[in-house]
Design a protein around this ligand. Structure first.
Ligand code: SAH
Length: 433
């Protein structure tokens, strides 16, 4: 097989990155956007030692699950499944999760069907739009796939309508002078409140715009300027200034009020978040006399939600603003059996060896946990561990380490938090062997 050759092929499967898999002369070729059973003319664009990449030239026989893309922007690279029927997205994710965990962890794990979203569009509550000025024009929107070019969009189908409205207003009200000072604009929208953070070098030209924004959008309660002079591509800087309102918004989660600082993590799909936590609580089978730990606790959403089912919960989180939020949230909701500690999760586990707790919740960032971290965590000797993960690959790796350290994964529940994209959240229930 050589570059630029053309073939007529039938797709045999999809991978988890949104590509179809075809076989030519017994070699695997990945073709972006191709679905199982589709017949297609492809061109080979890259040949590696054990596999190759192709692109679709002509779709001869489309899948029944292919739909007209809901979004006109093909180039932003955000949604891999904009042209795939939602029911089939769920089927694909379910099939892929079963295969992944059975093949890479254990055949015996019960991998449940993916829980779909009743609201698969306009769900995201957070956006970070890059801003640039090029040839006297303001560019703001999303990065093009694998690049730093900005694709300007009028609307994003997976962002909340409030975020789309604020974004459109900003597009038509920001001046070139203002745009030159900016690197990104961060917008977060809760059920009743929204927050806008201008991220850049100099805040001096933003007060009037901020006042106007506040007057135009009644839900906006927090507008900030975050100073970022960094040379790397980290989006947020340390220092910030309040332009209007306050530095947090209030969200609701499982009946609790959640104060949310802009530096604190929060799940991006608020509807599915509650379904995720409800499922996690069910799987944990909590009892009133049990002591729990919530590692990587963020603003305390999980700890506060489980507090009513157990005796005591300790939340551990490394971002100070998130721990401040969690403590405030405990107060706001009149909860007395939770404590929050600002510490590295692994360090905490190391210091609390042999504490004998009953149930452990872990919800780490994408990279998952370290081997040492897991070895320390098992010394807390929980009976059950509920591991919530947004990255199936790091979850697989970590489940194997847990297994070597006496904890067996019994059930995995995938939840579709990232509809129209390849992303998937999983809850894993582990029990002491
Ligand atoms: N459970 C929360 C947050 C999950 S996101 C929720 O669902 O809202 C993961 C969290 O881990 C983030 O809040 C992040 O700040 C925190 N974190 C990252 N590294 C950490 C570490 N080494 N120790 C403790 N917390 C950490």
């Amino acid at each position: 097989m050589k570059k630029n050759e053309e073939y007529i092929v039938t797709c045999i499967d999809e991978n988890r990155m949104g590509s179809g898999i075809v076989k030519i002369e017994n070699q695997v070729v990945f073709v972006p956007d191709l679905l199982k059973d589709e017949v297609c003319k492809i061109k080979i664009v890259k040949v590696k030692k054990n596999y190759a990449f192709g692109i679709i030239l002509d779709l001869i026989q489309p899948s029944n699950y292919r739909i007209k893309p809901l979004c006109p922007y093909k180039t932003c690279g955000g949604c891999q499944y904009m042209n795939v029927d939602y029911v089939y997205q769920i089927e694909m994710k379910s099939r892929q999760m079963k295969e992944l965990f059975h093949r890479n962890v254990k055949e015996e794990i019960q991998v449940l069907h993916t829980i779909e979203s009743i609201n698969p569009l306009y769900y995201r509550n957070k956006a970070q739009f890059p801003v640039q000025v090029k040839d006297g024009q303001i560019l703001m929107g999303f990065y093009r796939k694998h690049s730093n070019d900005i694709v300007s969009c009028n609307e994003c189908k997976i962002q909340s309508k409030e975020i789309n409205n604020i974004y459109q207003w900003l597009q038509s009200h920001i001046s070139i002078q203002q745009a030159k000072e900016l690197r990104h604009i961060f917008i977060r929208a809760s059920k009743n409140e929204s927050q806008v953070v201008f991220i850049g070098r100099d805040d001096s030209k933003f007060q009037k715009l901020s006042n106007q924004l506040m007057d135009t959008f009644p839900k906006v309660t927090s507008i900030l300027f975050n100073f970022n002079n960094r040379k790397d591509n980290v989006i947020l800087g340390e220092e910030y200034k309040i332009l209007s309102g306050r530095d947090f918004i209030i969200e609701e989660c499982m009946g609790n009020k959640i104060q949310l600082h802009f530096k604190s993590f929060f799940q991006v799909n608020p509807i599915q978040m509650e379904i995720l936590y409800q499922k996690a609580i069910e799987l944990a089978n909590l009892k009133k006399d049990e002591r729990c730990i919530d590692l990587y606790s963020g603003t305390g959403t999980i700890a506060l939600a489980i507090s009513k089912y157990v005796k005591h919960v300790t939340g551990v989180e490394i971002v100070k603003e998130a721990v401040d939020n969690a403590n405030k949230n405990k107060e706001l909701n009149h909860i007395t059996n939770c404590d929050f500690i600002c510490q590295d999760a692994t360090e905490f586990a190391h210091e609390h060896k042999n504490d004998n707790i009953d149930v452990l919740f872990v919800d780490p960032p994408r990279k998952g946990m370290t081997k040492q971290g897991i070895e320390d965590i098992v010394t807390l000797k929980p009976n059950r561990i509920v591991y919530i993960s947004c990255n199936p690959d790091s979850l697989c790796r970590d489940l194997n380490v847990f297994d070597q350290n006496g904890y067996e994964c019994q059930i995995i529940q995938p939840v579709d938090m990232f509809c129209y994209t390849t992303g998937i959240e999983n809850i894993a229930l582990l029990v002491k062997k």
